[in-house]
Design a protein around this ligand. Structure first.
Ligand code: UDP
Ligand code: MG
Length: 307
């Protein structure tokens, strides 16, 4: 039985070959064949040539090169599309996802699990700011989408059936962790400690990470659009109160000439424009959900007996 290891690679430098070899050694299990599919996400260093050298000496290694840097999510998607295994393990190239866990993941899969997730025991972020940022993201994500994926990583084993379901989801913008969680397919959780990144810094820029966070929250929630509608209603309600006060002031002769009209116009116009925007936001939210064309439901997978 074949197990695929999908490894996204972006500018990992000359150590990539050694890392991939360590992954293969650690993942080795009796009576399971391995293929390691390295997806070069448009690296502009020696990563691709180093992997190519490995391909030539080790028949288990395959290289899929993307034309440019499409981002880790695209690399994972490409890897899953090209993987041939009955189960696929996705893991990082920098050994921050300990490959020593793979044999245990495979054992759990053979015992019948459809998904085996490696969840971080404790965050090991290089700075307090990173840690704070990650916490804020997961908390916002949980509130907005209703799914709790705190601690989840892209280090996962997926059964072929789950890979096929994932690939059938038609949306273009993908958040691997979030989408696998969204399918509702349950599995086993294994805990792991994140190792410090050996030798180099994370491939993510701060700005890139921020954009990733905003995209992921909005991919799973239309609440930000609804907020406009609520703000509109609030402004309108506030406007009506202020308008009444202004009219009262006018009647009791306390207002300056012209002030009443301007005041009422401004407040009520602002409020109604915002409410209209909110109503449009509501429809845009519906269009957004429809256009992602996620399946309405997913049927529980049948028990899988492995030889
Ligand atoms: N990666 C990628 N494309 C990118 C950025 C990163 O394929 O645009 C790969 C990278 O080579 C590594 C994995 O994704 O295998 C995780 O990246 P990194 O370790 O930099 O992220 P972090 O550990 O900070 O989440
Ligand atoms: Mg890393």
């Amino acid at each position: 039985m074949l197990i695929s290891l999908v490894v996204p690679v972006y500018n990992e430098g000359p150590r990539i070959a050694r890392h991939l070899q360590s992954i293969l050694t650690a993942a080795h299990t009796e009576d399971c064949e391995l293929e390691l599919l390295a997806v070069d996400d448009g690296s502009n260093d020696e990563s691709a040539s180093e992997i190519q050298r490995l391909v030539e000496v080790d028949g288990r290694v395959r290289l899929l090169s993307l034309t440019r840097n499409f981002g880790k999510e695209a690399a994972i998607y490409a890897g899953l599309e090209h993987a041939r295994g009955e189960a696929v393990v996705v893991l990082d190239a920098d050994l921050q996802h300990p490959p020593a866990l793979i044999p245990e993941m495979i054992r759990a899969w053979r015992a019948g699990e459809h998904i085996v997730e490696a969840v971080k025991r404790e965050r090991n972020d290089p700075s307090r700011l990173d840690s704070l940022f990650a916490r804020a993201f997961y908390s916002l994500y949980r509130r907005m989408s209703g799914f709790d994926i705190a601690g989840h990583s892209d280090f996962k084993l997926l059964d072929r059936q789950v890979v096929d379901i994932y690939l059938q989801l038609p949306e273009r913008y993908r958040f691997f962790r979030g989408l696998v969680n969204w399918t509702g397919i349950s599995g086993r959780v294994l805990h792991f400690d994140v190792e410090p990144r050996p030798g180099s810094r994370s491939r993510w820029s701060k700005l890139g990470l921020m954009r990733y966070a905003v995209n992921n929250v909005t991919a799973f929630s239309t609440i930000p659009l609804a907020v406009v509608a609520w703000l509109g209603c609030l402004t309108l309600a506030f406007g009506v109160v202020v308008a009444l006060i202004t009219v009262l002031q006018k009647l009791t002769g306390q207002a300056q000439a012209g002030f009443t009209t301007v005041n009422i116009l401004l407040i009520l116009l602002g409020g109604s424009i915002m409410t209209s925007l909110g109503i449009m936001g509501h429809y845009i939210g519906k269009i957004y959900v429809e256009i992602k064309s996620r399946p309405v439901y997913i049927v529980k997978l049948t028990d899988r007996k492995r030889p």
